[in-house]
Design a protein around this ligand. Structure first.
Ligand code: SF4
Ligand code: ZN
Length: 310
């Protein structure tokens, strides 16, 4: 029987092909927690006294972020609360919201829940049944979700917004933007956002170096209450296609995601220096007052179109 390479215990729950490490449950949990907390320190994601809003969907990634950041909250290093967005995706989101509520309650944290319909008049499902829509589900979802989370975070005095992006998400973003030639987006990928307006709260990604598989294993090992359902719209997206491609490559090349991320982080300063020359002036949306680079912010522009207000 295989033994844990750290403490010699059995049974083991993971064999990391990339490093050769074999770990029992306790050593696995410890190794992940250490890695996340070290990443937070190295990248200066959080400072003492921060008020962190976790964008909590109820999925394994955001519940794991909440679980780890709660250890900093319990030690009085940070203040912590959760924000959940109900996009209005029938048969999928209700369960996520329910689980998010359970997790926030279990830890005794404040929790704000807001829906796209309340702010923008329609659920994501309603937007997607309109034949005149101009974009895919993830574009509307992302724009509206970011707008609401940023607004609530500011209302609550949050100094950071923590999201559950993991290593798979991050390598997908790198490859996707590279393949589409979105160099401007590439300059913004990183562990911590650099907002162009002080009305945008800094966003951090504590799980950026943790592979999705290990996030799932952490959730199981810690017996966290999470939902593993997949959003019905995720398969349609280009991100989904790129994700499947990277997963296939990872079978024979287990370190490919780490090397993509590490390589990108090395060349990013050069990309930034070369390509972030065009300074976009950030003003205020004439409709909602949120930061915008045109008269209307993207959320208001979309909102007017989906509600036929143009
Ligand atoms: Fe929204 Fe797309 Fe994610 Fe579904 S997969 S929750 S539509 S961003
Ligand atoms: Zn606006």
């Amino acid at each position: 029987m295989k033994k844990c390479t750290k403490c010699g215990a059995t049974p083991v729950i993971i064999h990391r092909k990339a490093s050769g490490q074999i770990l029992c449950k306790e050593c696995f949990i410890e190794s992940i927690t250490d890695k996340v907390l070290k990443g937070i320190r190295r990248n200066k994601l959080i400072e003492k006294g921060d008020k962190v809003a976790v964008a909590l969907s109820g999925g394994k990634d955001s519940v794991m972020v909440l679980d780890i950041l709660n250890s900093l909250y319990e030690r009085n290093i940070i203040d912590l609360f959760a924000i959940t967005i109900d996009e209005g995706i029938e048969g999928y989101r209700e369960h996520g919201v329910e689980i998010a509520v359970k997790n926030a309650n279990k830890l005794g944290l404040d929790h704000r829940i807001a829906s796209i319909k309340d702010y923008f008049g329609k659920t994501l499902d309603e937007i997607m049944t309109d034949d005149c829509r101009e974009h895919g589900a993830c574009t509307y979802c992302g724009v509206f979700r970011r707008w609401i989370i940023n607004k609530i975070a500011r209302e609550e005095g949050a100094t950071k917004i923590a999201t559950g992006h993991n290593l798979d998400d991050e390598t997908q973003a790198i490859l996707m933007n590279y393949l589409e030639g979105n160099i401007d987006n590439l300059t913004r990928i990183g562990a911590k956002s650099e907002p162009k307006s002080d009305k945008f709260t800094v966003k951090i990604k504590p799980l950026r170096e943790i592979p999705e598989k290990e996030v799932a294993l952490y959730a199981i090992a810690r017996e966290l209450d999470v939902h593993f359902d997949e959003c019905p719209y995720s398969r349609e997206s280009f991100r989904g296609e790129v994700g499947r491609f990277i997963k296939e490559l990872s079978v024979n090349h287990p370190t490919i995601m780490f090397s993509t991320l590490k390589g990108f982080d090395k060349i990013k300063p050069a990309i930034k220096k070369e390509f972030s020359g065009k300074k976009v002036k950030i003003g205020m949306c004439i409709n909602c007052g949120e930061p915008a680079s045109h008269e209307l912010c993207r959320a208001c522009l979309f909102s007017k179109k989906i509600n036929n207000e143009e």
